[in-house]
Design a protein around this ligand. Structure first.
Ligand SMILES: [Zn+2]
Length: 222
């Protein structure tokens, strides 16, 4: 996401733990607990430089959460991660960290929720006829084939090689904001309502197209 924002025209700063990829034109700061430079302290010093975009590796404490939300409502684009089970839970997590609901509603632009699934090894991938259970669970037509690996030397007989992402995206737009303000819907329900194709649907497509297996679909517990 940061690479997709034109860094020449914008002042982009990141605080990461640790910096994983070096990005051109982005001022990247490493969290350093030895000298007390945590996310909260790093963010405080960065805000003095008034950047356009702030990438925060993770929001995991109340202080960072408050500063990140404040930065977002005062015109900075803040990109960060939260560890939750789904998109809607990110609002609950922020509320648990003491952020008032109206603040979350004003600050939040969108949420991308993602998990990793294993990919079928392309060297030993084979077709098989979908079972009655798979037909029901995946909404398949009766004659549909699915795919799995047999295991080979190239995948160390694991039948999988590499991983890919399954995701869903919720945009919290002005309509949703107004909607949740004037109704009994809280912000996590608004996120749920505004979500596009779900992670489950995304995963089902990957099973049908032979990228991953039904076994992986079940393992995701979607
Ligand atoms: Zn293989």
């Amino acid at each position: 996401m940061v690479s997709n924002i034109n860094a020449r025209e914008k002042n982009i700063v990141s605080i990461e733990d640790p910096v994983e990829y070096t990005l051109d034109d982005v001022n990247q700061v490493n969290v350093n607990s030895k000298i007390g430079l945590d996310f909260a302290r790093g963010l405080r010093s960065i805000l003095r430089q008034d950047p356009d975009v702030i990438m925060l590796g993770e929001i995991r404490d109340e202080e960072t959460a408050h500063m990140a939300i404040r930065a977002a409502v005062t015109g900075h684009l803040v990109i960060s991660t939260l560890h939750t089970n789904n998109s809607a839970e990110s609002a609950i997590r922020l509320k648990d960290m003491g952020i008032p609901e109206y603040f979350i509603r004003d600050a939040l632009v969108g949420i991308i929720s993602q998990r990793l699934v294993r990919k079928i090894c392309p060297y030993c991938k084979t077709e098989y006829q979908a079972s009655p259970e798979e037909i029901v669970k995946l909404n398949l037509s009766s004659e549909q084939v699915l795919y799995k690996g047999k295991g080979c030397d190239r995948c160390n007989h694991k039948a999988y090689k590499g991983r890919t992402v399954i995701y869903d995206i919720s945009y919290v737009n002005d309509y949703m904001r107004g909607f949740s303000k004037n109704s009994v819907l809280n912000v996590e329900n608004s996120i749920e309502e505004s979500r596009g194709a779900t992670m489950k649907e995304n995963c089902m497509e990957l099973v049908k197209s032979g990228v991953t297996t039904y076994e992986e679909f079940l393992r995701m517990c979607l």
